[in-house]
Design a protein around this ligand. Structure first.
Ligand code: PGA
Length: 243
């Protein structure tokens, strides 16, 4: 694992987009693992800019998103599906049939099968070449919340109070934040050939400190990235301020 510290959010976003571009130049049919949240928004903006300048082509790229709320329709403005279409998919030439988002309805009869099928699809696509990650204030990656143990594959998860609180800024009240989500497991993430974790701002500094202090624990899920042979932690000075 390598930690790269940059000045600010803008530089983090530009460098993240440059790493994605490098990945696509090396392998134009790359499989990308994608994240949502406020952190990667700047990276998507940069990628869209590069696409518009004809520097990047997404027509042969396959994507798998990390996670999605349970109980929000795809059209709900706070669904991760809506986020991805708004910030990225609808702005570049990615083929709709190559877009994959985990999705679980509240009344799904067999959630375990939906999760297994998602992992199988990732495997059939050849695995993830580059996985983008944000990090929660509690050290979560995807929606892998701090816990005594964590599932390897995709699963249905109850969100922690901290995550509900952190995400309530996107909803009109904390009560509206869904309590459950479907998320790729830490195994699905760690099997990626390369991982790029992004973080910006002082609010992430404690999570960054606790994740990359030389110890590994599922109580701080991002700490597992220390075990990955090809992971980059690209963070700004504020996020790195407690390292
Ligand atoms: P954020 O979320 O980018 O909106 O801070 C990151 C996360 O919770 O993984």
């Amino acid at each position: 694992m390598e930690i790269r510290i940059v000045d600010d959010y803008r530089e983090m976003s530009e460098k993240a987009a440059a790493l994605v571009a490098e990945q696509l130049r090396d392998k134009n049919n790359s499989v990308l693992g994608l994240a949502t949240g406020s952190t990667p928004e700047g990276m998507y903006k940069e990628l869209v800019k590069m696409y518009r300048k004809s520097c990047l082509d997404f027509s042969t790229v396959t994507t798998f998103n990390l996670d999605e709320y349970v109980g929000l329709s795809n059209q709900h403005p706070q669904s991760y599906c809506a986020y991805m279409h708004k910030h990225f998919f609808d702005c570049v030439n990615i083929k709709p049939e190559k877009i994959n988002l985990p999705s679980l309805s509240k009344n799904e009869a067999d959630p375990a099968k939906v999760c297994r099928d998602y992992d199988r699809k990732i495997e059939q696509a050849g695995g993830i070449d580059l996985q983008i990650l944000g990090i929660g204030v509690n050290g979560h990656i995807g929606f892998n919340e701090p816990a005594k143990n964590l599932p390897v594959g995709t699963y249905l998860v109850g969100l922690s109070a901290e995550t509900i609180e952190a995400n309530s800024r996107f909803f009109s009240s904390p009560e509206e934040v869904p309590r459950k989500a479907i998320t790729m497991g830490v195994g699905s993430i760690m099997f990626a050939k390369r991982i790029l974790l992004l973080a910006s701002g002082k609010s992430k500094a404690p999570a960054i400190r606790d994740s990359f202090n030389g110890y590994v624990t599922t109580e701080v899920p991002a700490s597992l990235l220390q075990l990955h042979h090809n992971s980059i932690v690209l963070i700004d000075k504020d996020a790195a301020s407690l390292l």
